[in-house]
Design a protein around this ligand. Structure first.
Ligand SMILES: Nc1ncnc2c1ncn2[C@@H]1O[C@H](COP(=O)(O)OP(=O)(O)O)[C@@H](O)[C@H]1O
Ligand SMILES: [Mg+2]
Length: 266
């Protein structure tokens, strides 16, 4: 990654500096079932993580899924398409994240990024703001599967439903994932969230992510959640692993040879 100021969002726009792995094929996970030089037979999966509402856990889910992919000896790239560059900044200060990160606001780069067959999954941390609406739909259109994190807070309901409708209109398979589920209120938070989604016929995963201080603490310490040592960190890892498995199962159901089957849904 560029060693000039990582906090300058414009850093991400100089394409030649951004793709060092095109010459260095060992850039992502250090080991794996496949040697890094062996390329996929399909394009990388592109999984944008979107919600018009901020604070629902987009960045959390993006970084955690990328770290989990690496732990499973997969090769992950975080594409930070948010002008705020949180994913990029947080990863830049992380101790050996094991995945690549690129801050790139231009959705026209999507096709090129997807064509990188030595990456297994590209997780896209997408802008939550309205000014990012055009970027968002252009990224979503090219997605393998879209994840919509949802924290089931009152102010998140309408933006989440709107986001889901927009993604559905673009004809891309998607599902909502409940995030920040408070373990102290038992299953109610999650069940109530699912009920809200079911009423609107919005598909959602059965797996969800619980709310634990271990998440912000791991970020503060600059350690990927996969290696963070704190009382509830294993529970967070368990949740992320379940979401990741459910994601791959869903991608497997809707894709054949790397392309979405027409009309397929979560
Ligand atoms: N599962 C979780 N447990 C605890 N805190 C969380 C969790 N998910 C997100 N957070 C916290 O909530 C805030 C918003 O999350 P973030 O991922 O930045 O949302 P977004 O990218 O949608 O704006 C952050 O402070 C983050 O640390
Ligand atoms: Mg964010």
């Amino acid at each position: 990654m560029p060693d000039s100021n990582p906090f300058d969002p414009k850093e991400g726009l100089r394409a030649p500096d951004l793709f060092p792995w095109e010459t260095d094929m060992t850039a992502t996970a250090p080991s794996g079932a496949l040697a890094p030089a062996i390329t996929r037979r399909t394009d990388s999966y592109l999984v944008p993580i979107v919600n018009g509402k901020g604070g629902v856990g987009k960045t959390m889910l993006t970084l955690a899924l990328a770290a989990h992919t690496v732990k499973a000896n997969g090769r992950a790239l975080v594409w930070d398409a948010d002008p705020q560059a949180s994913s990029y900044d947080l990863t830049s200060v992380m101790d050996s994240p094991g995945y690549e990160v690129v801050h790139e606001l231009d959705p026209d780069h999507a096709e090129r990024i997807r064509g990188m067959r030595h990456i297994d999954t590209i997780f896209g941390d997408c802008p939550g703001s309205l000014e990012g609406a055009d970027i968002l739909s252009r990224i979503v259109r090219q997605a393998s599967f879209v994840l919509i994190p949802y924290d089931h807070e009152p102010e998140s309901v309408l933006p989440t439903l709107r986001t889901a409708r927009r993604v559905a209109e673009l004809g891309v398979p998607y599902a909502v994932v409940v995030t920040k589920a408070n373990p102290q209120v038992g299953a109610d938070h999650v069940l109530d969230a699912w009920d809200t989604l079911d009423r609107q016929s919005i598909p959602h995963f059965r797996s969800f992510v619980r709310l634990y201080r271990a998440w912000p603490n791991s970020l503060k310490a600059g350690v990927p959640i996969t290696r963070w040592n704190e009382r509830h960190a294993p529970r967070l890892r368990e949740d992320v692993a379940a979401v990741h498995t459910e994601l791959l199962l869903n991608i497997g159901r809707v894709h054949r040879g790397g392309r979405a089957r027409h009309g397929a849904h979560a």
